[in-house]
Design a protein around this ligand. Structure first.
Ligand SMILES: C[S@@+](CC[C@H](N)C(=O)[O-])C[C@H]1O[C@@H](n2cnc3c(N)ncnc32)[C@H](O)[C@@H]1O
Length: 260
């Protein structure tokens, strides 16, 4: 698959010319570019998957910028400690408020955009939130580790908590990348085809219709005739009906909201 230009169906593709971490320093601070800052104990985890494909191309082109703030740099003492045992006892460690406070002050000095703490206790991230974030100048995300962050930091800075879903991961880095991917692809110019975000699942409160491509017959299964008919009106009608049927069957919660 490498070497030849891949078929992109009207969307941009990226070749792997720049090493992923170099993408983050590839462009100097660009005025007006949407800017993500990540406070993390694992800055080397970025850009991670965000350095690939459309988000990687957009990073290289300066449509958005990504910066990491290494929490360890703000740690206490010779060993740059960032955590301590939970007050009241119990398992694990908690990220210290003084250490995180210094990292947050640094982030506030450096970049625009509100602070969010990635946390399984938070409001569930969704497409509407991605749209809201894409309309901001940027965002600063705090990735927790261990048992999480001292509550006083959240209270003092009034930081909202946002969750990737009802499960617990070992840290916020994967959640940060997932949420940034969903947000960055909504920034102007990131998707090659301006239409492509419009018809997707969740953009209009519906799940997307099924997709097919060549060959026309595979394992004895045919592409539905209507999609091969060349009749755009009929194709649109079929897709709409499929979207509605899928949403009703799989996500009655979304379907109910749509009719409100
Ligand atoms: C092991 S978790 C801490 C879980 C915490 N003790 C609790 O029960 O709510 C460590 C860190 O991973 C991140 N994390 C884990 N699950 C997440 C989720 N579903 N969404 C966003 N971040 C998550 C958070 O930053 C959290 O501070």
């Amino acid at each position: 698959m490498t070497g030849s230009p891949s078929k992109s169906h009207g969307r941009k593709t990226i070749s792997q010319m720049v090493k992923p971490r170099e993408l983050m320093s590839h462009t100097p601070d660009l005025k007006g570019a949407w800017r993500a800052q990540i406070i993390t104990l694992f800055p080397e985890a970025f850009p991670g998957v965000l350095g690939q494909s459309l988000t990687g191309r957009a990073l290289k082109d300066g449509l958005w910028q990504l910066g990491t703030i290494d929490l360890r740099d703000f740690g206490e003492g010779k060993h740059r400690n960032v955590d301590d045992t939970p007050a009241g006892g119990g398992a694990g460690m908690v990220l210290r408020p003084d250490v995180m406070g210094r990292a947050i002050e640094h982030a506030i000095r450096r970049g625009p955009g509100p602070l969010v703490y990635l946390s399984p206790r938070g409001q569930r991230f969704d497409q509407a939130m991605a749209h809201d974030w894409a309309g901001l100048p940027g965002i600063t995300m705090i990735c927790g580790r261990f048992e999480g962050l001292d509550q006083r930091v959240l209270d003092h800075y009034r930081i909202p908590e946002v969750s990737l879903g009802d499960f617990v991961m070992t840290g916020g880095e994967i959640a940060a990348q997932a949420m940034l991917d969903a947000t960055v692809r909504l920034l102007p110019g990131v998707l090659g085809n301006a239409e492509s975000a419009v018809d997707e699942s969740h953009s209009a409160g519906l799940l997307e219709h099924p997709q097919y491509t060549r060959p026309a017959k595979w394992e004895g299964l045919q592409i539905p005739d209507v999609l091969m008919s060349g009749h755009h009106g009929e194709v649109a009608k079929w897709r709409r009906a499929q979207s509605e049927a899928l949403t009703q069957a799989r996500r009655p919660d979304l379907w109910a909201k749509r009719r409100d």
